[in-house]
Design a protein around this ligand. Structure first.
Ligand code: C2O
Ligand code: CU
Length: 454
């Protein structure tokens, strides 16, 4: 199935690169990033919206992107793109409030590389999107990221240059932001399906029996929804997309559907098996048991302590209608995925401080895991049913026929990607930008740096 997706990508990519290059990534405000032509007091460039560039970092990492052969648990080998020779790359652990510095080096990845901190509301210039917040780093080059996370939870990092191909081939890893006093998940399982190979959990040498764990983070680095199971003990879902849930109640026998890019933290009450359906199972304090083939599905909409969603008035209403359109490209039947009827629709504009509601309606036939960079969004309702749980997300699986209402505070100025995390869909054009009024970017897709974010 994934291989088919890759074929669609190759077919659609050549055309959409040109489409994208025609679409300015910048905010529509006419101010140049040089500031000479826009006298508006709020005129700002993405390049100025950095993390702390002067203080001594509390923690430093270097990640080197390079090609390598990765041996999977099955014994199969894949020609991978890696950070530091492994895929997933090293698990990064930091603490909330720390100033984090990551030096990205590109040894030999000819596609170019960036680092995006999926789910963390970093300052815009640190967001790692080629052609929007920086130029792709060519072989031999490097880029330094600095940010101070003020959230805690399970996140991940990945390349945001040619990401449909480079993430699938290995340019990703887990990123945990621990509370200031330490803690966080005892283990993080990263589920990934190789383009030409099996699904794995974690690095190739992941043991199937591990020490007991109190809290386990699950990360979906694929482009489609993953289904996970926890068997052997009741468990709670304690966080979604890095945000703790209020008053989580024990669950048993339900499956967890994690959209592309999404994460869940689970806490089993005792020794338990955590399994990715169709992939391996890992026993925590026990030999792994077989997961059920199907069952009822966990629904975050009504989980945990009732906390009525914050209401309006909203300062801004945005609408995103997602659709599947069948077209013909060079005589070959093809499918594209659109937002408001367009590939690479124009930016959605907000002003700093606004309380924004987005209505996302999926009129098409495919699921779209929608990911807004730089913000956490609160789910207000699904198909008209109000959310009673305190469900925040950054990777929202919008299934065919569903309508979600979500809200966020526009508190992180910049030009932000907002796209489908089925990266094949994104590469085909299912991407827009959330642009703050008065902020523009000097970076563009294409150009000398060969920026192709998706
Ligand atoms: Cu995880 Cu724009 O990406
Ligand atoms: Cu999609």
């Amino acid at each position: 199935m994934l291989a088919t997706g890759a074929i669609v990508l190759l077919g659609a990519g050549a055309t959409t690169v040109a489409l994208h290059a025609d679409t300015p990534a910048a905010a529509p405000s006419a101010g140049g990033h040089d500031g000479h032509h826009d006298p508006g007091p709020a005129a700002r460039s993405v390049t100025g919206l950095t993390g702390d560039r002067t203080a001594e970092p509390d923690v430093r990492f270097t990640l080197t992107a390079r090609t390598a052969t990765v041996v999977l648990a099955s014994g199969a080998t894949v020609d991978a793109l890696t950070f530091d020779g492994t895929a997933p790359g090293p698990e990064l652990r930091v603490r909330t409030g720390q100033l984090v510095e990551v030096v990205l080096r590109n040894a030999d990845v000819t596609e170019g590389v960036t680092l995006h901190w999926h789910g963390i509301a970093v300052p815009n210039a640190e967001d790692g999107v080629a052609g929007v917040t920086q130029d792709a780093v060519a072989p031999g080059g490097e880029h330094v990221y600095r940010f101070r996370p003020d959230e805690t939870g399970t996140f991940w990092y990945h390349a945001h240059q040619d990401s449909a191909r480079t993430v699938a081939r290995g340019l990703f890893g887990a990123l945990v932001v621990e509370p200031a006093g330490g803690g966080g998940p005892d283990a993080v399982l990263v589920g990934h399906t190789w383009p030409d190979g099996p699904t794995v959990v974690g690095t190739a040498d992941v043991p199937v029996r591990r020490e007991p764990a109190r809290r386990i983070g699950l990360v979906n680095t694929d482009s489609t929804t993953q289904t996970w199971a926890v068997v052997g003990a009741p468990f709670t879902v304690t966080a979604i997309d890095g945000v703790d849930l209020a008053g989580p109640t024990p669950l048993e026998g339900v499956l967890l559907r994690i959209p592309a890019g999404g994460r869940m933290d689970v806490e089993p009450a005792g020794p338990a098996t955590v399994a990715l359906l169709g992939g391996p199972a890992v026993g925590f304090g026990t030999d792994p048991a077989a997961p059920p083939a199907d069952g009822p599905v966990f629904d975050p909409l009504t989980y945990g302590t009732a906390a009525p969603p914050p209401g309006g008035p909203f300062d801004r209403e945005l609408v995103q209608v997602l659709d599947t359109e069948r077209t013909t490209r060079r005589g070959v039947p093809s499918v594209v995925w659109t937002i408001n009827g367009e590939l690479h629709p124009p930016p959605a504009v907000v002003a700093e401080g606004e309380w924004v509601r987005i209505t996302i309606r999926n009129d098409g036939t495919d699921a779209h895991p929608m990911h807004l960079h730089g913000h956490h969004v609160r789910v207000l309702s699904r198909d008209g049913v109000p959310a009673t749980g305190a469900w925040w997300t950054d990777s929202l699986g919008v299934e065919a026929g569903q309508t979600y209402e979500v809200a966020f505070r526009a508190d992180n100025p910049g030009v932000w990607m907002d796209h489908c995390h089925n990266l094949t869909h994104a590469a085909a054009g299912m991407v827009l930008h959330l642009a703050y009024e008065g902020v523009s970017t000097p970076y563009t897709p294409g150009g000398g740096a060969g920026n192709t974010p998706e």
